[in-house]
Design a protein around this ligand. Structure first.
Ligand code: GLU
Length: 431
């Protein structure tokens, strides 16, 4: 695997400007909400700092016999409301700041959805595109064994995130189970269906985006058929959101990816586009759409924009160019904190990430529940419960926004912080 050594321990993303440091965005929003809630200064310190951060340097033998060391992290931001919960991502630019922000967002997300969890996140600095399946398996197993005393169904329950999937979860589950000397499916979620996975988990994040967008449409009195959607990202979240939205009648006029965008003002045939991407490796040059510059596509006039890829997509530099009425944040942290006031001035209705993309962790919760009782629900049952939770949480956030006269994102943070601080106060401080 040429190039792996150079890539393996590449310095983490330097986040050129503080605006692009996700930790700064996460803390800015926290500080704003904590001030509005008048949370006691000491308690603010407790809520702001991660409870535990683990860094591991894992030696892994590559296929060609060379030994390499990869750096991995697991951050448990809060354990106040239950075990930590959150995904593990594999990418060359993973950094501790990014994982810290993502872990805090999981705490707030689980609280907004009222799931009995804290928040956590993990990451390994590696380039999965340059690693074989066997190398990925070795990295995953060694990473798991290095953090093994900190994870478990009652401690911290990882899940898939960028560049990890149900196979990764199966390896983690197996490694953990070998050490426990018993099969423990509830240690991770997002597993394959026949290994304790839940029906509906793969689609859950995309389905959640659809559900909250439908709720927003009701407020605007719009019908899906009259709603033009631009989706940035065509992976598990963006692809699934596109497919489910298209099936519901939305007009998906553009899909934007890292290597280009495709546009069709009459609506793209998403299932055909998925086949095209599978065959060619890219969305560009699709027969039933025009290629478009990926930045221009983000600024198309539309009713709904779904950023469903990475952090730092909507920034202080481009927020004023957007021509959408609703933003549904499928990704974690796609909007920087400096873009928030611009979106507010433009009166864009933002469905914040900690609500919009919570469908995934909600079905993860259902998976964990099903594993622990050893009885599995039908897909309809999972989807019915998911819809119930997402719609209820959407209404909670919008009502909070109305009551406190703040935007939706601030409302979601207020709701979450209130729930977490309540748990900490009830438990009290030990020691
Ligand atoms: N990685 C997903 C997220 O960011 C899912 C986490 C989970 O299911 O625990 O919400």
């Amino acid at each position: 695997m040429s190039g792996v050594i150079a890539q393996a321990n590449a310095p983490s993303h330097s986040h050129e400007s503080p605006e692009f440091n996700p930790q700064i965005s996460a803390e800015a929003r926290f500080d704003q909400a904590a001030a509005l809630l008048k949370i006691d200064a000491g308690l603010q310190k407790v809520l702001r700092a991660p409870a535990r951060e683990i860094t591991v340097n894992i030696p892994v033998m590559l296929d060609d016999g060379r030994l390499e060391v990869f750096t991995g992290y697991r951050v448990q931001h809060s354990l106040a409301r239950g075990p930590a919960k959150g995904g593990i991502r594999y990418a060359p630019d993973v950094s501790i700041e990014e994982v810290r922000a993502l872990a805090a967002w999981m705490t707030w997300k689980c609280a907004v959805l009222d799931l009995p969890y804290g928040g956590g996140k993990g990451g390994v600095i590696c380039n999965p595109a340059q690693l074989s399946q066997v190398e990925l398996e070795r990295i995953t197993r060694r990473y798991t064994s290095e953090i093994i005393e900190f994870i478990g169904p009652e401690k911290d329950v990882p899940a898939p995130d960028m560049n990890t999937n149900e196979q990764t979860m199966a390896w983690i589950m197996d490694t953990y189970s070998m050490h426990q000397r018993e099969t423990t499916t509830a240690v991770v979620t997002g597993k394959p269906l026949n290994l304790g996975g839940s029906r509906g988990r793969t689609e859950a994040t995309g389905r959640g985006c659809l559900l909250v967008t439908l709720e927003a449409l009701k407020l605007f009195n719009w019908k899906p058929e009259d709603t033009r959607v631009v989706i940035q990202g065509f992976g598990n979240v963006g692809g699934m959101a596109a497919k489910l939205m298209a099936r519901t009648g939305f007009k998906i006029i553009a899909i934007v990816e890292w290597d280009g965008a495709v546009y069709n003002p009459n609506g793209l045939d998403i299932e055909k586009l998925m086949r095209h991407k599978k065959e060619t490796g890219s969305i560009v040059d699709f027969a039933e759409g025009e290629n478009m510059d990926r930045f221009e596509a983000m600024y198309l006039e539309c009713e709904v924009l779904v950023p469903a890829a990475k952090e730092n997509v909507i920034t202080s530099q481009n927020a004023d160019k957007l021509r959408t009425r609703i933003i549904c944040e499928g990704a974690n942290g796609p909007t920087t904190h400096l873009a928030d006031p611009i979106l507010r001035d433009k009166k864009i209705f933002v469905i914040p990430d900690i609500l919009a993309n919570a469908g995934g962790v909600t079905v993860s919760y259902f998976e964990w529940v099903q594993d622990r009782m050893g009885y599995f629900w039908s897909e309809d049952e999972v989807n019915r419960r998911l819809a119930e939770r997402m719609v209820e949480s959407f209404k909670d956030v919008v009502n909070y926004a109305g009551k406190h006269k703040v935007d939706n994102r601030t409302a979601a943070y207020l709701l979450a912080l209130d729930r977490v601080q309540f748990a900490i106060k009830l438990r009290g401080i030990y020691g």
